[in-house]
Design a protein around this ligand. Structure first.
Ligand code: NCD
Length: 319
């Protein structure tokens, strides 16, 4: 069994260990159909959810995962804590360490904050990145890969030969960054589709293809999976806006609507990490249609996070 010291980025995983995380998640998922869902392996361990940025599903998912494994869970949010009095990240982490914390699940607006916590010597806890700035969101990529594998690869092994098209606000998306790396590690062919203004500098060095034309990508690549990204209004307005002419034009060029949905291959699936802007990057017909696996992604997120916490925390004494 692999042991994860930390999970900071998808590049931490080679193909064999990524497959092992997915296999462990499948074992966890099998226990979650039972009436009594709680398992004992993390009894007596403490997991702190340190969320400096807003979150619905990721925070609740990590909390559920830790509780299903019988860990004690502490939820920290900066509002109402001494962070609002100006306490630094370092002192916050030292304080958590003094209280005996085995794992810190961190979401932070600053790219690199989880690396800082993991490698600063401030704590011995395992650090799991739950989204850092526009950098990485590795457990989201793992749950996406899990969902794709479940539907399109028989639920085992890697994703060799599958094609995945990721559409939209790549520039601001830690989900896209993590997915491109992990999907490539697992053998999938990835294409990013976005307007040039929403692609990051240096995207040509990423292990994927790039296109500006969604209709062409759908017709030529015939993707097995189409992943729609949220238009991240809050990060756009913080930078002054102006990334596309109008919501209507974005929707027309890059939104998943009924005609585009109808041109997908029969077995193709539609993913979105949430939260969705319904009517912008995805219509309700696509979000709620038969190809959509968006609600399943959320369910799979619990199993994947159970696997990550389990692999990071069990056998830790022997390390
Ligand atoms: C994503 C995030 O926060 O990075 N959401 C999530 O964790 N499910 C994507 C987003 O906010 O658009």
């Amino acid at each position: 069994m692999i042991q994860l010291r930390h999970l900071l980025a998808t590049a931490d995983l080679d193909r064999a260990s990524a497959v092992e995380v997915l296999d462990t998640a499948a074992t966890m998922a099998a226990t979650q159909a039972r009436q009594i869902k709680k398992l004992p392996p993390l009894r007596g361990r403490t997991v702190v959810n340190l969320f400096f940025e807003d979150s619905t599903r990721t925070r609740i998912s990590f909390e559920t995962a830790a509780k299903r494994l019988s860990a004690d869970v502490i939820n920290f949010s900066p509002k109402g804590s001494s962070v609002s009095k100006g306490e630094s990240l370092k002192d916050t982490v030292l304080t958590l360490g003094a209280m005996g914390t085995d794992a810190i699940v961190v979401r932070h607006a600053a790219s690199g904050a989880p690396h800082r916590i993991a490698h600063s010597g401030w704590t011995n806890a395992a650090v799991v990145n739950a989204g850092d700035g526009t950098h990485e969101h590795p457990t989201q990529a793992l749950l996406d890969a899990y969902t794709i594998r479940h539907h399109l690869a028989g639920g085992t092994g890697d994703l060799a030969g599958l094609s995945v098209v990721i559409v939209g606000d790549v520039l601001h998306s830690r989900v896209a960054r993590s997915n491109v790396r992990l999907l490539e590690t697992l053998g999938a062919n990835v294409t990013l589709v976005a307007p040039p203004t929403l692609l990051p500098v240096g995207v040509e060095t990423w292990p994927c293809a790039v296109s500006y034309d969604l209709d062409q990508a759908i017709d030529q690549i015939k993707p097995d999976a189409l992943m729609m990204l949220r238009v991240q209004h809050e990060r756009m307005s913080a930078a002054g806006g102006g990334y596309f002419p109008s919501p209507a034009e974005y929707q027309r060029e890059y939104g998943l609507d009924v005609p585009r949905l109808g041109r997908l291959a029969d077995a193709a699936i539609v993913l979105h990490p949430g939260p969705m802007n319904r009517g912008l990057e995805i219509t309700s017909a696509a979000a709620d249609g038969v190809r959509s696996v968006i609600v399943e992604q959320v369910a799979n997120g619990v199993a994947v996070r159970m696997a990550v916490l389990y692999l990071a925390l069990t056998g830790k004494e022997e390390r």
